[in-house]
Ligand binder design. Structure first.
Ligand SMILES: Nc1ncnc2c1ncn2[C@@H]1O[C@H](COP(=O)(O)OP(=O)(O)O)[C@@H](O)[C@H]1O
Ligand SMILES: [Mg+2]
Length: 225
């Protein structure tokens, strides 16, 4: 269960400008749900995911994941908790260019407790996303869609209960977008994992079990599905 209470991130810019990137968000996400948050560019989606994932510290409010107040943990405990509980799919796949595809998928295990057979599991994740033959290629040798597949595989290497995905289909043609969404749905169903995905693309809401819209840092209350 993910519970956000009074969650805000405000940025004080020079002068008197205050940007309320995320403003007083209250949200409960049940285990196994596929929550999709839809909003235009600049509405606060990326900031909200970073707050949930422990990457950006809130100005106020709490993020509670499976009973743990993640911003109440010290840095080391929080990093460990994050690595073991949450998989991230960033908008820009952010693969390390000097590592092979396989080593990129294995990378998050450096930040968690030892997992057995990491190499084998990384390879089976690459099979799951349809790219086993690219294990020893480098990120620059992959298309954007393929890089997104690798990023999806990487997000699962620590067997997280929760996957956070930031615009996983941006910069893709329609066919590739469908392929990635089918994979994301599979990742959700197979767990079942809790999926929290943000996007500006309203066409994708049918994949979700719950949909919220975000505008100017504020999340709507009701369900749109
Ligand atoms: N580090 C930052 N400093 C100042 N303003 C920021 C920062 N990060 C985001 N913002 C602002 O917060 C708002 C929400 O940004 P973001 O969460 O990236 O929206 P989205 O992902 O929906 O496009 C925007 O107005 C953006 O300019
Ligand atoms: Mg964004």
């Amino acid at each position: 269960m993910i519970e956000l209470k009074g969650l805000s991130k405000h940025y004080q810019l020079s002068g008197d400008t205050l940007v309320k990137a995320v403003d007083n968000v209250n949200l409960a996400i049940k285990p196994g749900e596929f929550m999709m948050i839809v909003g235009r560019s600049g509405s606060g989606k990326t900031t909200l995911l970073s707050l949930i994932g422990g990457l950006t510290k809130p100005t106020s409010g709490t993020v509670n994941i499976d009973g743990v107040d993640i911003w109440g943990l010290n840095d080391a405990t929080q990093s460990r908790f994050r690595a073991e509980t949450i998989g991230f799919v960033f908008q820009i796949p952010s693969l390390l260019p000097t590592l092979s595809v396989l080593d990129n998928v294995k990378l998050p295990t450096m930040f968690s407790k030892g997992h057995d057979n990491v190499g084998e599991r990384a390879l089976s994740l690459l099979e799951m996303v349809g790219l086993p033959e690219k294990a020893h290629a480098y990120p620059s040798q992959l298309s954007v869609g393929q890089q997104k597949r690798v990023a999806l595989a990487r997000s699962l290497i620590n067997e997280p209960d929760v996957v956070l995905a930031d615009e996983p289909t941006s910069d893709l043609d329609k066919a590739t977008e469908n392929e990635i969404m089918t994979l994301i749905k599979k990742v959700h169903d197979d767990g079942p994992r809790t999926m929290v995905m943000v996007t500006h693309n309203l066409d994708l809401v049918s994949y979700a079990t719950e949909v919220r819209t975000m505008a100017n840092g504020v999340l709507d209350e009701g369900t749109r599905k």
